[in-house]
Design a protein around this ligand. Sequence first.
Ligand SMILES: [Zn+2]
Ligand SMILES: [Zn+2]
Length: 369
Amino acid sequence: MALKEICGCIHLHTIFSDGGCDYDTLVDAAKGAGLDYICVTDHMSLKGRYDGREGLHGGVLVLVGYEHEDDKKLNHYLAFGVSEIAEGQNDPQDYINRISRMGGTGFLAHPAENRDVIKSLPPYPWTRWDVTGFDGIEIWNQISDWMEHVGSLRNPLRLLLRLHFPNRFLRNVPKELLKKWDDMNCSRFVSAIGGVDAHSRKISFGPFNCVIFPIEEELRGIRTHLFVDEADWAVNKDEDGGGVDTAGMNRALIDAMRDGRGFISNFSRGDARGCKIFLRDNSGAIRCPGRPADAQQPLSFPITINAELTKKAKIKLLRNGKVIKTTSSKTAAWQVTEPGVYRIEAYRGSGAWIYSNPFPVGQYPYSTT
Ligand SMILES: [Zn+2]
Ligand SMILES: [Zn+2]
C-alpha cells in the first residue's frame, strides 16, 4: 500500500456558530495555505453539512463535524463522521457513547485549557477524566496555546506584536496533558490531533476592535499531517470533486485521525510537510505512527525508530512518556530493544515544532513507571 501524506487544519468555526468566517472565505484561505483538507466543527451545529459544503473545493477536502459541549459549556468534544447532533448535554460519557454508537469518531477538545488573559474568553477545559470510549485527544489547541503564552496585553507595543505575529507566540502542549495522554497510551491506543479552534473573532481592547488571528494566519499554525492510502486520495490540486469519491476520502481522513497515523506540527516553526517519522523492524517492515492494524504481523526486534525531518531540530525519543534519547539534527535513527509506547517530539527555537503519534511496540498494557 502506497501512503500519501495529507496536511490540514482541524477544528475551525464558521458563521454557523461563533466564527467570523463563512465557508467561501475559509475554503479560499485553505487553498491559499496549500492545505489538503480542513475539518469544520461548529458548536452543536452541522449546518455546513446540511448546506452541502462538504466535499472537494479546488483540491481541498472539506469535512464537516461538530463540537459538542455540556450544559455548563465545559467538556468540549469534536465529533466526526456523524450525520446528526447527538442528544444530551448533561453527561459527557453519554454523548461520547451516543456519538460512538452513531458510527462517529470523537476527540476531547482543548482538555487542559487554562487561559485567563481575556475576560470574555474563559477557559473551557475537560473536567470529566473518568470517561471512557473516546478515540483521541486534541492535544495541541492553537488558540489555547496563544492565550496561555501571550503574557499581559496591557503594554500596547507588546500587544501589537502579539496580534501582528500571533503564530510566533505559540509554544507547546501543556506538560500535564502530555503526561495524561502518555499514561492512557500505556493501557490503550489514544490518538492525538492538533486543533486550530479558528474563530477569526473580533475582540475589543478598550476603544479598539481587532481580529486575533485572521483566518490566513490561523491556517499557518497548528496542522495535522496524516498518512492515507494513496488510492483513497486520488485528487489533483485543481479538482472540485467531479467523479471523485469524496465520501471515501472523508472516511480515509476520519480513519487516519482516529488511528493517529501521523504527526502534529506548528507551521510557523517550519513547514513539516515531507517529514518522515517511521519505524523499521528486523524484517524490514516499515510503519508510520499510529494504532497497529489488527491483521498486522507482530514486530520483530531490533527495531529502529527514525525521524527524517525537513529542518534541523532538537529531536527527542520518548518511551512510555519518558525521554530516552535526544539529538540536535535533521535526522535520527534509534534502535530500541524492548516493548513500550514510543513517540517523537521535535523542537525549534523557543518551542515545539512536531509531536508524533505513538508507536506501540509489543502488547498492552505497558509499564507506566
Ligand atoms: Zn471548544
Ligand atoms: Zn472550538
